[in-house]
Design a protein around this ligand. Structure first.
Ligand SMILES: Cc1ncc(COP(=O)(O)O)c(C=O)c1O
Length: 428
């Protein structure tokens, strides 16, 4: 029985029809190889995970050395050197006064833990989140996920959650333009908190750049304005950097683009270049709200994953993040130039190598270009480029390759997407 049949018969996944027909066998930098040797430029990086590249030698060597010594000991029962070293490193590379970390296994788990800590610290119970947000597939994280498509069949969800409008300039709910923007979306946070919750708001959770929602980049002053309100009301700000962290946006963390210090920050995906690990970090005063034994994870802070993460961060610090900012800006500029002649492109946005190209069916109505995005994804696959598609209506091309992607590979990505759009336009 081949792996495709094994998936069909034995792997439980609601996603099975959308699994790409690629047997992921081997990776190298920004390249992924099928079992039959077919080479793909990987612009999805396992959903924005392998930022330092597939098969990164420094990360692998660190993981191997740790695995040969110790694979597991429960990092919350014994002192584990790679856990301590990574926690110290995270305190150095995360913004502001963020200092103490709890390690888990996946993004949703980090957010659940962050919520528990926020409740413990504040004594409050309610949450604010953004309408087009995505925070994971556990009960609490789906409760604060605004995208209803992801929530089907799981309700009713947690009470005490209210959603604020998405800071989505291209489809601004206030119908204003960026040059006239008065940050109504940021001001609405206060109104929603006051009108839709009961005065017991514990935290506001937001992705500094929204991934699954379609690479939505909030306007420049958004987080500063929101944070002012949150501070006035004693509401914590949880920055969900699960997807936007670890160099993805051309800075180590996307919230740095906004000059705002979160109270708690969640991380996963790119933290260890593919080794399973997640974390949330908080200022000491907040972190110390957890009493001994309050929170634990059997596998959390796995010694091998932590050793891999440390090597991963050191690798990203060696100029890789700055290079990602440059490569991303160049690629974005090329798509922006293409948008001037290709009417299927509604907007190009993103930071660093977290780029979204929103497709539209009609420039006048901005109708969602879902069919064009699906076509482009398939065309790219057939031409050996793997991309993602996101947005609430599946109309945004997501370009999130390993940050080590080289110029030639970038050219191939751009040329293939350009050709795909031309082919789609031609068949209309
Ligand atoms: C912003 C964000 N938060 C949380 C999650 C959930 O992470 P995980 O799938 O590791 O639970 C994701 C996953 O895509 C995400 O993009």
């Amino acid at each position: 029985m081949g792996v495709k049949e094994q998936y069909r018969d034995y792997v439980m996944t609601g996603f099975v029809k959308r699994v790409e027909p690629v047997v992921a066998d081997r990776g190298d930098g920004a390249l992924l190889y099928d079992a039959d040797g077919t080479e793909y430029v990987d612009c999805f990086a396992g959903i924005s995970v392998t930022n330092a590249g597939h098969h990164n030698t420094a990360v692998l060597e660190a993981a191997k050395a740790q695995a040969e010594k110790l694979v597991h000991a429960c990092s919350y029962v014994y002192y584990v050197p790679s856990v301590g070293a990574l926690a110290e490193k995270l305190a150095q590379v995360t913004p502001g006064r963020l200092q103490k970390t709890f390690f888990g296994n996946g993004g949703a788990e980090a957010i659940e833990g962050a919520f528990r800590l926020a409740k413990r610290y504040s004594g409050k119970r309610e949450f604010l989140a953004i309408e087009s947000s995505f925070h994971g597939r556990s009960f609490a994280t789906l409760s604060v996920t605004g995208n209803s498509g992801r929530k089907k069949g799981g309700g009713p969800y947690m009470p005490g959650v209210a959603f604020v409008p998405t800071p989505y300039c291209y489809r601004c709910f206030a119908e204003t333009t960026p040059d006239k923007c008065d940050l109504l979306c940021a001001r609405r946070v206060a109104e929603v908190a006051r009108l839709h919750l009961s005065g017991d708001v514990c935290a506001f959770i937001a992705e500094p750049v929204m991934g699954e929602g379609g690479i939505i980049v909030p306007p420049d002053g958004y987080f500063k304005r929101v944070k002012e309100f949150l501070d006035e009301e004693g509401i914590l700000f949880i920055a969900d950097e699960v997807q936007s962290g670890f160099g993805r946006t051309g800075k180590m963390f996307a919230i740095e683009h906004y000059g705002v210090e979160p109270d708690i920050m969640t991380m996963a995906k790119g933290i260890a270049d593919g080794w399973p690990l997640s974390a949330f970090i908080a200022r000491s005063e907040i972190a110390d709200a957890f009493q001994v034994g309050d929170h634990l994870s059997t596998f959390g802070g796995n010694p091998v994953s932590c050793a891999a993460a440390l090597a991963n961060i050191e690798f990203l610090e060696s100029g890789v993040v700055e290079a990602a900012a440059r490569k991303g800006a160049d690629l974005k500029a090329r798509f922006e130039a293409l948008a001037k002649t290709q009417p299927l492109i509604g907007e190009v946005r993103g930071k660093g190598l977290m780029i979204g190209v929103e497709l539209i069916a009609d420039p006048k109505t901005k109708a969602y270009g879902t069919a064009a995005a699906g076509f482009t994804r398939q065309y790219c696959l057939e031409h050996n480029v793997l991309i993602g598609v996101g947005g609430n209506f599946g109309s945004v091309l997501r370009i999130q390759p390993p940050l080590v992607i080289d110029e030639k590979q970038i050219d191939k990505v751009y040329d293939t997407i350009e050709a795909a759009l031309a082919a789609f336009a031609k068949q209309q």
